[in-house]
Write a protein that binds this ligand. Structure first.
Ligand code: FUD
Length: 283
């Protein structure tokens, strides 16, 4: 997990033959160092074909997901969530991914309208502990991504993410931040990075409307300045929600196009982010 990568949502959220071939070819053309694969339906993925595709393109991968409603640990307890995450980790490992991260603790769009209860957080902690242990057996890292309060009531800030990681105490667990969520939840966008410095290994670079980086409200100099100040050496992943199927769009409340076009993101947003990352000596 290092260098400048891209979330597959630029091209597709469906990691089937056509989607994966399109995304890997485009990521290679645009010179990304790695690709983040959305592993929302791990059973639908052909890991051998994916591995061969990525190896042929010499493109490292990271996988990410949110949990399906049927296994949300806060609601159903840890067992089904652990079984799902174990299966997802096995698929990610077979693909050749170094890590599994994202909303590994619940659903994207899981809210109760009330704060998390002690019991809900206990179930989350047990789930993550057992999943991290499985990841460790596979030689993989395992992340959690705090998301904003409208997408989850469980873990919204870097501080809450760190508390969960330190409660579990697994060496292979890491904090995965996202500038879109930080722009909503942190008291100053750099704060999450500064607070999370000991555990931060991965960050989504996403604009305040999840569209074209540089065209919204995110204070990119503060983001990059903080990353440089803490000596960040993890993965920087551009994330723009260009291709969103309805089932995920609803959880994210992404109902309008987030950018003029994919080309605008790639021709304006990408150089904006990459040049700034180079300016701050992050790549
Ligand atoms: C969700 C989000 C994403 C998500 C990932 C799953 O709000 O920000 O990063 O975790 O897309 O693949």
């Amino acid at each position: 997990m290092k260098g400048f990568g891209v979330h597959t949502s630029m091209w597709t959220m469906t990691w089937d033959k056509a989607g994966s071939e399109r995304a890997v070819a485009a990521a290679t053309t645009h010179g990304f160092d790695f690709i983040e694969i959305a592993l929302l339906s791990p059973d639908a993925v052909d890991p051998t074909a994916s591995r061969e595709l990525l190896e042929a393109a010499e493109l490292p991968a990271v996988c990410s997901l949110g949990l399906p409603e049927a296994v949300w640990p806060s609601r159903h307890g840890p067992d089904d969530a652990v079984a799902f995450l174990t299966g997802a980790l096995d698929v990610a490992h077979a693909i050749g991914a170094e890590a599994l991260s994202g909303v590994t603790y619940g659903g994207i769009g899981e809210t109760t309208g009330t704060p998390p209860t002690t019991e809900e957080l206990d179930h989350v902690a047990i789930t993550l502990d057992r999943a991290a242990a499985h990841a460790a057996r596979l030689g993989m890292r395992f992340g959690i991504e705090p998301v904003n309060r409208y997408e989850s009531h469980l873990i919204n800030t870097a501080r809450q993410g760190i508390e969960m990681i330190e409660r579990i105490g697994a060496e292979n667990m890491f904090l995965h931040l996202d500038t879109y969520h930080m722009n909503i939840e942190e008291r100053g966008i750099a704060m999450g990075i500064l607070e999370g410095r000991d555990h931060l290994a991965y960050i989504h670079l996403s604009e305040s409307d999840r569209g074209t980086p540089g065209a919204g409200n995110v204070r990119w100099d503060e983001v990059y300045g903080a990353l440089a100040a803490v000596g960040f050496s993890g993965g920087l992943a551009m994330e723009s929600f260009i291709d969103m199927p309805p089932e995920i769009a609803n959880g994210l409340a992404v109902w309008r196009p987030v950018a003029e076009s994919r080309d605008v993101v790639l021709e304006r947003g990408l150089p904006f982010l990459r040049n700034k990352a180079a300016q701050y000596r992050l790549i």
